[in-house]
Design a protein around this ligand. Sequence first.
Ligand SMILES: Nc1ncnc2c1ncn2[C@@H]1O[C@H](COP(=O)(O)OP(=O)(O)OP(=O)(O)O)[C@@H](O)[C@H]1O
Ligand SMILES: [Mg+2]
Length: 263
Amino acid sequence: MNASNSHMVELRDVRKQFEEKTVLDGMSLEVERCDRLVIMGQSGSGKSTILRLILGILQPEAGSIFFKQFEITRLRRRKLQRVRQHIGMVYQYSALLSSRNVRDNVALPLEELTDKSSNEVEEIVDQKLDLVGMKEAKELMPAELSGGMRKRVSLARALVMEPELILFDEPSAGLDPVISSVIDELIINLTEKSKVTSIIVTHDMSSAFRIGTRMAMLYQGKIIEDAKPEQFKQSKNPVVAQFLSGSTEGPILEGSQDAIAKK
Ligand SMILES: Nc1ncnc2c1ncn2[C@@H]1O[C@H](COP(=O)(O)OP(=O)(O)OP(=O)(O)O)[C@@H](O)[C@H]1O
Ligand SMILES: [Mg+2]
């Protein structure tokens, strides 16, 4: 633990590998309170891995990871579980329990982690479902929902514990532009009204520039650019420029992932 740590999240020289493959290679990143930090990068570059490391679901091979004053990598299981209650996660594939209806999915963290009465739970569930416009869908099963509805339920579930930090993995993937803007608005409102900090992984450039207060680009295991949106857009880094323009010409694809894959 490091009491002087004032960031909301900090990753310091993190290395993460899966067997032979090094995914993060001395990666560092700092997230301040109330930031909406967008992480961009190619498919397979390690964006979801970063979120799982922050949650303590994965352990790095080297480096340290802080959430506020807590060094996630050094917490014992019990303590980690308690700290994790302050972090909400909206998974890339929504990750709802298919055997439970919307209400039960959203209530789950409250039922498992708190001793709130069933009336209190009901009230919180209603409030969060209302926030994401899904109150009418309370009795539906996940299989009866569209992708956008699942995302919104998943967001409601991430909110029930009133987290200080929310991690979004591809919040607009597979959604139509209107629903995607609704989710973006929700993310912005949360930060502005409830002082929530968020880290958002996305491929969707228009969404990224709509929500981000900071942009970071992950490439070959490191953050190669980290700036305010206006500066990020004008980055001289050829990788960032190529990523923003979606061009096939540039350093990306020129053996990019193999370089660290071989290590
Ligand atoms: N549990 C795991 N076991 C083995 N390899 C893994 C595991 N999790 C991730 N990887 C590998 O690590 C790399 C990064 O994966 P990650 O899911 O973080 O990428 P990503 O940037 O989120 O990609 P996408 O944009 O496609 O979601 C990939 O090559 C993936 O195959
Ligand atoms: Mg991913």
